[in-house]
Ligand binder design. Structure first.
Ligand SMILES: [Zn+2]
Length: 399
């Protein structure tokens, strides 16, 4: 979606804040839900972004509480030992082994802890426990509970990489968080490998058609591997770096952007087209979700996609309990702030003239551009595609 351009790096959402001020003033909110200590809220906001935590607190999805009185022993907890605040915590039987278990297993166990913070602390206090993995599991479970925040997912991907999680188990975490296909770490790894194998050759290609062909090969291999209909072709078209067109099931790329000569250009071209391929996957996911109660012809008409793509969707309808069902719902839901940003639209002509004259934008103009771009990137389709692009860049950087 090119109207406001794929130019900037995604800005970080979370600004880490110091622990002391908030820890001293725990928030107490009434209502149903799970209580959290102020330190828990802080840890959460560091990981998944203050804005997301603030939102979750405001809606009652998260509750902050005063540090709790010692909790009664949850019957289902491993070891059956009651963790208690304030008194020395007895070791939890099996805790070291649990902390080394695959995340696929660990997450289910951590999810069942109640109150989770007390159980986490009891496990962390047990000798031989891998605290980094346990804390990460706790973060992942909280990330799932607090809802979508793409910046938090990138951080989780990085932490999983740092603790040396095998790719199959990283896939399990991403599936748990509601992602699939091109967003899965195994897809990202395969893309990064193909990207490295092709980047040098792409750099030597002197025509748009050659480069487009090489990129199309890399991208379609990934789409085919995750069961998404492949892209017909990559066309040359200006107005933003790249764009996915669902009606023709093609991707267009800006000619100048595709032919840039700097050393990092081929890798960027590949991640940009991977972003557009994610849009194709999104539209296929929506079509699969429509396939529950629509014919292929109805899907093609309602979602404005080629009939052959609708046929493929009809052949693999998305189950209502699929891990990606929530993403499909977000993509199908009404888009807030759709259409051009009114402030940017008001100065657009002036900006184009200034750019043509090679004049610098004023700080005020730049602020409007940045705000419009942030607004654009927060739309469900873009937030998800930029997340996948970010994961792809991280994959390229770490292979
Ligand atoms: Zn996009």
């Amino acid at each position: 979606m090119p109207d406001e351009g794929h130019v900037h790096e995604p800005a970080p959402v979370a600004t880490p804040i110091g622990a002391a001020p908030l820890a001293a003033t725990p928030v107490a909110l009434p209502g149903p839900g799970r209580g959290m200590t102020a330190s828990h809220v802080l840890a959460l906001s560091r990981t998944i972004g203050n804005a997301a935590v603030a939102r979750a607190l405001a809606t009652g999805a998260l509750l902050a509480r005063e540090p709790a009185a010692p909790a009664a022993a949850p019957a289902a907890a491993p070891g059956g030992v009651a963790p208690a605040g304030g008194v020395p915590t007895p070791p939890v039987a099996g805790a070291p082994e649990l902390s080394q278990a695959p995340f696929a297993q660990l997450l289910g166990t951590v999810e069942g802890w109640s109150p989770r913070e007390d159980w986490l602390q009891a496990h962390l206090a047990t000798p031989g426990v891998d605290g980094k993995r346990l804390n990460l599991a706790d973060t992942i479970v909280m990330r799932k509970e607090t809802g979508v925040d793409e910046a938090g997912v990138v951080e989780i991907a990085q932490e999983l990489y740092i603790v040396g999680t095998p790719v199959g188990d990283r896939d399990a975490v991403f599936t748990y968080l509601g992602f699939g296909g091109l967003a899965l770490p195994s897809s990202i790894e395969a893309f990064a490998t193909a990207s490295a194998a092709n980047a040098a050759a792409i750099a030597t290609m002197r025509s748009f058609e050659e480069r487009a062909g090489a990129v199309l090969g890399v991208i379609n291999a990934r789409l085919a591997a995750v069961g998404v209909p492949t892209i017909g072709r990559i066309t040359k078209e200006g107005g933003g770096n790249a764009h996915f067109n669902k009606k023709s099931w093609t991707i267009s790329v800006d000619g100048d952007f595709a032919m840039r000569g700097d050393p990092s250009a081929p890798a960027q071209l590949l991640t940009t087209v991977y972003h557009e391929a994610r849009h194709a996957e999104q539209d296929f996911l929506v079509a699969r979700s429509l396939a529950r109660d629509k014919s292929a012809g109805e899907i093609a008409a309602a979602h404005e996609i080629p009939l052959e793509v609708a046929n493929a969707a009809k052949a693999s309808p998305l189950p209502a309990d699929d891990p990606q069902a929530a993403l499909a719902d977000r993509l199908r839901g009404p888009v807030q702030d759709d259409g051009p940003d009114p402030d940017l639209a008001a100065i657009r002509d002036r900006l184009i003239e200034k750019k043509a004259r090679g004049e610098k934008f004023t700080p005020e103009e730049q602020a409007i551009i940045d705000k419009a771009y942030a607004r654009y990137k927060n739309r469900p389709h873009e937030a998800d595609a930029f997340l996948v692009e970010e994961l792809a860049k991280y994959g390229q950087a770490t292979r």
